[in-house]
Design a protein around this ligand. Sequence first.
Ligand code: ASP
Length: 320
Amino acid sequence: MTFRARHLLGIEQLQPDEIRTLLDLADSYVDLNRRTIKRTDALAGMTQINMFFEASTRTQSSFEIAGKRLGADVMNMAVSQSSVKKGETLIDTALTLNAMHPDLLVVRHQNSGAVALLAEKVNCAVLNAGDGRHEHPTQALLDALTIRRRKGRLQRLTVAICGDIAHSRVARSNLLLLGKMENRIRLIGPPTLMPAGVGEFGCEIYDDMKAGLEGADVVMMLRLQKERMDGGFIPSEREYFYRYGLDAEKLAHAKPDAIVMHPGPMNRGVEIDGTLADDINRSVIQEQVEMGVAVRMAAMDLLARNLKAERGRAAAGVMV
Ligand code: ASP
């Protein structure tokens, strides 16, 4: 198995063989998760702490379930009731938790780069569960697993990523992953929501949905990230839906077997038509959630193996 990483901070640091290793292992966890007894002991005796400084439904619950299914002791830090509210810095909070000897720290933070900074201060493996508009690696990995299982491959596909690209860490991690696996990527959205310099990633840019969706194998929709907007980026939600919201008419421009994805949370009637989101013949949104647990199990399992090996080497070094 090839997986060298010590932390999972972003897709940027992963090589294609590491991505494939993680997805292969995640496939086996999908099978386990469909059984009645879902337990293994990959993380038995290890402690996982989840620190979410930003709201989360899917990511936090799936990291918790993933850790428990792997046999770890899982603690969710209630940030809103913690000393963070008394002014403690992220680093001081991390050092405090580090003193309790966790083995895995899962962190979501509103500032880009905060999770990488924290990883430098602790002795355990750190997983980025989303940092600002920077990266959300496990989301891109679960999207990749969903695509690979549905399309039978993860290369030479045309993937359209649509909507609020500028504020989306999901778009950025997906761009990196799909690019590394040699896919054709199209970004579709209003020019106000397209980040400057995005052309450097080697993708095609469209501001017209129908043109951009032409012949796409995968259509990935994004939420308007209002919490990261500090001004008027769109005229109104109604007009946004008219021009950029995915409905059956616009989807008809993609390939007949194109799949529809969304990382959640969805705003029905803003970026996606509710009926289409629920159409099990086109939408794989619930499958993405299922893949999320498996991918997070695989990521923590691989990092725990590397951590155990590193500690084993360190212990051997001390004895020599
Ligand atoms: N849940 C994803 C994230 O945390 C997408 C979103 O919030 O729109 O980035």
